[in-house]
Design a protein around this ligand. Sequence first.
Ligand code: NCD
Length: 308
Amino acid sequence: MKGKARSIINILDLSVEELEHLFTLADDIERNPEKYQDRCAHKQLATLFYEPSTRTRLSFESAMLALGGQTLGFAGASSSSASKGESVADTISVMSNYVDIIAMRHPKEGAPVVAAMHTTVPFINAGDGGHFHPTQTLADLLTIRRTKQRLSGLTIGLCGDLKFGRTVHSLIDAMLRYPDNRYILISPEELRLPEYEIDKLHDAGAEFEETRSLEEAIPKLDILYMTRVQKERFFNEEDYVRLKDIYILTPDKLKSAKEDMAILHPLPRVNEISVAVDQDPRAKYFYQTLCGKQMRMALILYLLGLDQ
Ligand code: NCD
């Protein structure tokens, strides 16, 4: 029946208990990959990507392949029937007849809501415009949990494009559910966190501050979450060029950071983290991609009811 399958549009569609279950599953996948290598035999995942992606799409596909399943899909609107004018609703209705589970990325905020209304198989939002990116948040949460051994009582610096960065919005939504986290929002005025996310911080009674200065914020942080300025969401090139290199994390800036601060970035990186930082043991952004694959494996298993 239409609209009856489970859809993950926002990270809040998973309860804290469900997240805990997924972390435990991801840890078991890490320890015993062979236990899971045939779990999704004869199951198929569709990756419908209307917007460019390297990591998220290939991470979903590599997750499904590691579970013994199969994948199909497209990696750009121009190679799908969207270029002929087909609606998301119709594409999802058709794909529901072909596969067991769907992951979709779309440039329009809200497209996953339409998809969720039409899917008859589990559906996962793999990023919608500047809105949400729940599976990146699953990667971020597992990385934080494994590197800091907790998801509460942390001072988290979010730096860069807080306006258009959907991963930032989903991460804040998730971290607000854990107690005693503090937020330092580091951005220029033009790229401030949207009011609707600021309201959530207020409503939750969370401690937060806004600053333009990465240097001032760094010594206070347990987590530094760097982001790319989202070129594709700018209305004019001039603004992008003016803002794109506003923050560049260098080994020099890290001198004042805590020894156990974790540096995260959803990737792709442009200039905002100098490659010299990659050697620093605090750099966790490549490890984060491994966590992302394991969490997507856990989520696929869970949504297909194959986790036990
Ligand atoms: C992010 C995204 O697509 O929002 N990338 C990703 O999925 N790892 C971040 C970005 O594109 O800057």
